[in-house]
Write a protein that binds this ligand. Structure first.
Ligand SMILES: NC(=O)c1ccc[n+]([C@@H]2O[C@H](COP(=O)([O-])OP(=O)(O)OC[C@H]3O[C@@H](n4cnc5c(N)ncnc54)[C@H](OP(=O)(O)O)[C@@H]3O)[C@@H](O)[C@H]2O)c1
Length: 324
C-alpha cells in the first residue's frame, strides 16, 4: 500500500510517498481502509522533531475514517465493512492501517467520512477541554486563541452552545469574519491589537474565566494577563513555538491563577470514555450546534502542501487527505 513517510526530521519536503508492506491486524487490532485522513497541527510537531516519534522512518497522522477490512483475534465490536473513525498516535497518512480497536468507533449514518476525519482528534479534544479541563457553562467568559483554526472553530461553537460568552483571537480579517459567523461574541485580531488590553475592556476589567491557548510562546504572557483572579490557563498547544520556562510564582502574583497543559490521550485510556465522548461529539454535530468546516481536501500524495498551508497560517477550519 502507499503511505506518506518521514525518514528524517525537517520541513514539509521531508514527507515522501512510499510503497510500504502491510500485514494483517494483530490481536485486539482492526485493519481500516482509509477514506479520509485528518490533518492536525500536531502532525507538524512529529515531522519537525518537536515531538519525538518512536522511530524513523514513521508514518505521520493521528486520525482517519474509513471501513473495517479485517479484525484481529479477540475483537468483537467490529466486523468487515463497518464505517468507522479513530484517533491514534501516528500511522494515519496511509491507504490503510492496523489500529488498536479500543480507539475505534462506529460512525452514525449522518456523519460522512471527510467530516469524521476532521472531528476525532479535534472534536474529542474540544470535548475534554470544555467538559473536563474546565466545565464551561452559562455565565462563563472564555478566550479561545486561533479561533478560526481546526480546533478553534469547534471550541468556539461548542462553548457558545454550552452558554458561555466567547471571545476569539485570529490572525486576519477574513478569519475574524468566519469566527463571528460561527457565533463568537467578540473577535480580536491579535496581529493588530493588544488582545489582553481588549479583554480587560470587554470584561469591564475583570478578565476571563478560562483561556484556551494552542498558540503557545507568542500568546502566553497575554493569556495570563487576560485571566480573572483564580482563572485557568489551558496551554494545550504551541503553534507559535513552546512556552518559555517561567517562574511558577507568577501564577500567585497574577491572582492565584491555575495553569494546566493537558493532552487528549490521557482522556482516552478507557474504552468507555472513547465511546461516550465520541457519542456526545456525534450528537452535538448531528444537532447542528457544532459544524465541521473543511477548508481543503487534498490527495494523500499532497500531504506536504497541507503542512505548508497549516504552518503558513493559510487555513481556517480543518483539512483532510484523501487516498487515491
Ligand atoms: N493538547 C491537545 O490535546 C491538543 C489536541 C489537538 C490540538 N492541539 C493543539 O491545538 C492547536 C490547534 O491545532 P489545529 O490542528 O486545530 O491547528 P490550527 O488551529 O488549524 O492551526 C494553527 C493556527 O495557529 C495560529 N498561529 C498563531 N501563530 C502561529 C505561528 N507562528 N505558526 C503557525 N500558526 C500560528 C494560526 O491561526 P491565526 O492565523 O488565526 O493566528 C494557525 O491557523 C495546536 O497548537 C495543536 O497542537 C492540542
Amino acid at each position: 500500500m502507499q503511505a506518506i513517510r518521514v525518514h528524517r526530521h525537517g520541513g514539509p519536503e521531508v514527507m515522501t510517498l512510499d510503497d510500504v508492506a502491510a500485514g494483517p491486524p494483530r490481536a485486539g487490532e482492526v485493519r481500516v481502509r482509509h477514506r479520509a485522513i485528518g490533518v492536525n497541527f500536531v502532525d507538524t510537531y512529529f515531522r519537525s522533531g518537536a515531538y519525538a516519534p518512536p522511530a524513523l522512518p514513521f508514518i505521520p497522522g493521528n486520525e482517519a475514517a474509513g471501513e473495517i477490512l479485517e479484525v484481529g483475534a479477540g475483537v468483537e465490536d467490529f466486523a468487515p465493512g463497518d464505517r468507522v473513525a479513530y484517533v491514534a498516535v501516528l500511522g494515519a497518512y496511509a491507504e490503510a492501517r492496523n489500529v488498536d480497536a479500543r480507539l475505534v468507533v462506529r460512525l452514525p449514518h449522518a456523519i460522512g467520512f471527510e467530516q469524521a476525519a476532521t472531528m476525532m482528534l479535534k472534536g474529542l479534544t474540544a470535548h475534554y477541554l470544555l467538559h473536563r479541563t474546565f466545565s464551561v457553562g452559562a455565565g462563563h467568559t472564555v478566550l479561545i486563541h486561533a479561533a478560526a483554526g481546526g480546533l478553534g472553530l469547534i471550541l468556539t461553537q461548542w462553548a457558545r452552545h454550552l452558554g458561555a460568552r466567547v471571545i476569539g483571537t485570529v490572525g486576519s480579517a477574513a478569519k475574524a469574519r468566519l469566527v463571528q459567523a460561527r457565533g463568537a461574541d467578540h473577535v480580536i485580531d491579535y496581529e493588530r491589537e493588544d488582545f489582553a488590553a481588549r479583554i480587560r475592556e470587554i470584561t469591564g476589567g475583570r478578565g476571563v474565566d478560562v483561556v484556551y491557548d494552542g498558540v503557545g510562546r507568542k500568546t502566553f504572557a497575554g493569556s495570563l494577563a487576560s485571566l480573572r483572579p483564580l482563572g485557568l490557563l489551558v496551554s494545550h498547544g504551541a503553534a507559535s513555538g513552546p512556552v518559555e520556562p517561567f517562574d511558577i510564582a507568577l501564577l500567585m502574583q497574577k491572582g492565584s491563577l491555575y495553569a494546566t497543559s493537558p493532552q487528549l490521550f490521557t482522556h482516552l485510556e478507557n474504552r468507555e470514555d472513547v465511546v461516550a465522548m465520541s457519542r456526545h461529539l456525534f450528537d452535538v454535530v448531528a444537532s447542528g450546534a457544532v459544524r465541521m468546516t473543511i477548508e481543503a481536501s487534498l490527495p494523500l500524495s499532497e500531504a506536504a502542501e497541507a503542512h505548508r498551508l497549516l504552518e503558513g497560517r493559510a487555513t481556517s477550519g480543518a483539512m483532510v487527505l484523501i487516498p487515491d
